[in-house]
Design a protein around this ligand. Structure first.
Ligand code: CA
Ligand code: CA
Length: 546
C-alpha cells in the first residue's frame, strides 16, 4: 500500500467542487483551429513570448516592466506594480498590466476569474481593454472569484493588444490580486478547420504521425465500451512508431488502459473525454520511454471509497516511465490519486493540467522517482495533499530532484497543500496554496509512515494563504515536522504567508531537525502564534512579521 491515510475520521470538511473550467491550460489545440493561451503557462522571463508582455500603465501610457529574477516577477524598479505568473499588484503611480498580443487576425474569447488575495483594503479595479477600448471592468473587493463578462467572440486584428489591468482604486494596501486569464484565439482563416474529405463532409484531421482511434472501431458518444479499439490502435501505433489521436467526443474504457511507450493525444480537455466505467480498475498507466498523455480529460463514471488506496483506481499512474509528459490534461474524479508517479520514474513533466475531486492526493510522486517537474497545474478540492513528494524507507531509494513550480492549489483540499515527506533536492517555487485543511507547505519525516530523511529543500516565492483550517491539528501555514530521522537544509525565502487559520509558522517534533532558514519572507498573521519553533536550528534573516 503506497497511499497513506492522513485525515482523521473526526475531520469533517466541506469540499467545494467547482464546475467552472478556468485557468490551467497552456497553449493548446482546444478545438479545430483554436489556440488557448494561458497566462501562467505562457509566463516567461522574456517579454513577448507566447505572446505575453508585462507592463505598467500611467494615464494612457503603457510601458514595459523589468524582470526580477529574485522574485520571478516583472516589476517597476524592484517595487510596485508587479506581475507574476498568476497574479498582479498595482502601485501608487502605475497600474499593473498583463498584455496579450494577437498573433494574427481572428477572434478571441477570454476566461479566467479575478479575486483578491484577501478581503482587506479598499479593493482593486480589474479592467480588460482592447487597445484603448474598455471591454469589461469590475471593482473586486474580496476573495470571491469574479468572472469577466462580455469578452467572448471579440474580433481582433494582428497586433491588437488585450490588456489585463489592475488599478489600486485608492490605497494599494492588500491589493494582491489573483488573475490568471486565458485567451482562446481562433484565426480568421484557420488552416486546421473545415478540411473536406472525399465525401465532401467536414472532417477534423488528426495530427501527422497519429493513428485515429476511430479508425480502430472506437465510437464517440454511444455509451459503449471503446477499450478494445484503444488497445488495437495503441498496438498498431507501436508497430508503426506513431501515436494515437482521440478526436472530440466521449469514449468509454472498461478497464485499465496502458500506454507502453506509445503516446495518446486528444483534441483538447474541453472536448475529448475518456470515461472509465470500472471505479476499481480504470487508471491510465504510463510505461516506457518518451510516453506522452496530452490534451484530453479523464474521468470516472462512478467512484468508490479510497479504501486500500490501490493504484488501479487512480486517474493516471506513471509506472517507471522515463522522459514522460502529462500536459493539458483534466483529471476529474478518481477513487484514489489523480496523478501518481512511482517505480523510479525519471525525467518526467506534469504541466498545464488540472486535477480535481480525487479521493487521495492530487499529484503524488513516490517510490524513488527523480528529476520530475510539476509546473503550471491547478489542483482543487482533492481528498488528501494537493501535490506530495513521499519516500517510504521500505522502497529503498528516496525521491529526489523534483521541481514544483507555478501551480495553483488548495481550494478546500482535505490535507496538506504542497508536501515533502521524505526526499531530497526538492524546489517549491512560485506556487499559490490556499484553503487547505492542513499546513499549506509541509516538510516532514513521519514515523507513523516510516518515511525517509529530508535534505536540501528550497521553498521560494510562494503565496500561502489561509491554510491549516482543520482542528484539532491546527497546522500553521508552513510546518517542518520530524517524528523520526532527520531534516536538514530547508530554506524558506521570499514567500508570503498570510491569513493562517490557526497560527503562522511551525518547526516541531521529536526527530533530529537541523538547519532551517527563513530569509526575506513576509508573514501577515492575525490568529494564534506567529511562530512555533520548538525544534531545529532556526536561522532568521530579513523577514517581515516575525
Ligand atoms: Ca486598493
Ligand atoms: Ca464508445
Amino acid at each position: 500500500m503506497k497511499i497513506k491515510y492522513l485525515v482523521s475520521s473526526a475531520l469533517v470538511v466541506t469540499l467545494t467542487m467547482t464546475a467552472t473550467f478556468t485557468g490551467a491550460f497552456g497553449k493548446a489545440q482546444a478545438q479545430s483551429g483554436t489556440q488557448s493561451y494561458s497566462a501562467s503557462a505562457g509566463y516567461s522571463s522574456t517579454a513577448g513570448q507566447d505572446p505575453w508582455r508585462y507592463q505598467k500603465l500611467s494615464g494612457t501610457v503603457f510601458s514595459d516592466l523589468g524582470y526580477n529574477s529574485a522574485t520571478r516577477r516583472w516589476d517597476h524598479s524592484g517595487s510596485y506594480p508587479w506581475v507574476s505568473s498568476n497574479a498582479g499588484h498595482p502601485g501608487k503611480d502605475f497600474d499593473s498590466v498583463r498584455t496579450w498580443v494577437a498573433p494574427a487576425d481572428g477572434k478571441i474569447s477570454i476566461s479566467g476569474t479575478v479575486a483578491k488575495g484577501d478581503s482587506l483594503g479598499d479593493g482593486i479595479r480589474a479592467i480588460i481593454q482592447k487597445d484603448s477600448v474598455k471591454l469589461w471592468s469590475a471593482h473586486v473587493t474580496s476573495k470571491a472569484e469574479v468572472t469577466p463578462s462580455g469578452v467572448s467572440e471579440v474580433p481582433v486584428k494582428q497586433g491588437a493588444k488585450i490588456h489585463f489591468i489592475i488599478n489600486r482604486v485608492n490605497s494599494i494596501n492588500n491589493d494582491h490580486t489573483l488573475w490568471n486569464p486565458r485567451v482562446d484565439f481562433t484565426p480568421a482563416q484557420s488552416p486546421a478547420a473545415g478540411i473536406s474529405d472525399s465525401s465532401g463532409a467536414t472532417a477534423e484531421t488528426p495530427p501527422v504521425n497519429h493513428l485515429n482511434v476511430e479508425g480502430f472501431g472506437a465510437v464517440a458518444n454511444d455509451n459503449k465500451d471503446d477499450y478494445a479499439a484503444f488497445v488495437a490502435a495503441l498496438d498498431q501505433a507501436k508497430k508503426e512508431g506513431k501515436s494515437v489521436y482521440v478526436p472530440a467526443g466521449s469514449f468509454h474504457l472498461s478497464r485499465i488502459l496502458t500506454l507502453d511507450g506509445v503516446s495518446l493525444k486528444g483534441a483538447g480537455p474541453q472536448v475529448t473525454t475518456l470515461i472509465s466505467t470500472n471505479p476499481e480498475n480504470g487508471s491510465i498507466d504510463m510505461k516506457g520511454v518518451g510516453v506522452q498523455l496530452r490534451d484530453l480529460k479523464h474521468t470516472y463514471s462512478t467512484v468508490v471509497p479510497r479504501g486500500n488506496g490501490a493504484n488501479e483506481k487512480n486517474s493516471i499512474t506513471v509506472r517507471g516511465a522515463s522522459q514522460f509528459l502529462i500536459d493539458n490534461v483534466y483529471v476529474y474524479k478518481a477513487s484514489t490519486a489523480g496523478i501518481l508517479v512511482q517505480g523510479q520514474a525519471k525525467q518526467g513533466v506534469i504541466s498545464n493540467s488540472r486535477v480535481e475531486a480525487t479521493n487521495a492526493d492530487g499529484i503524488h510522486v513516490t517510490d524513488g522517482s527523480s528529476y520530475i517537474t510539476v509546473s503550471g497545474n491547478t489542483v482543487k478540492g482533492v481528498g488528501d495533499d494537493t501535490i506530495a513528494v513521499v519516500s517510504y524507507l521500505q522502497d529503498g531509494a528516496a525521491v529526489h530532484h523534483v521541481t514544483i513550480k507555478d501551480n495553483d492549489t488548495g481550494y478546500g483540499s482535505k490535507a496538506r497543500g504542497i508536501a515533502v515527506v521524505g526526499g531530497f533536492h526538492v524546489d517549491i517555487q512560485g506556487n499559490s496554496v490556499k484553503d487547505t485543511n492542513m499546513a499549506g507547505i509541509y516538510i516532514a519525516v513521519e514515523g507513523s509512515y516510516n518515511t525517509a530523511n529530508v535534505n536540501h529543500i528550497h521553498i521560494n516565492n510562494n503565496v500561502v494563504d489561509h491554510t491549516g483550517i482543520s482542528a484539532p491539528q491546527k497546522h500553521p501555514n508552513a510546518l517542518v515536522y520530524a517524528s523520526q530521522g532527520s531534516i536538514d537544509n530547508v530554506t524558506f525565502s521570499n514567500n508570503m504567508f498570510r491569513n493562517a487559520a490557526h497560527r503562522g509558522l511551525g518547526v516541531w517534533g521529536d526527530g533530529n531537525i537541523k538547519n532551517i532558514y527563513f530569509t526575506k519572507n513576509t508573514l501577515i498573521n492575525s490568529v494564534g502564534a506567529n511562530t512555533t519553533f520548538s525544534n531545529g536550528i532556526i536561522h532568521l534573516m530579513q523577514n517581515i512579521g516575525f
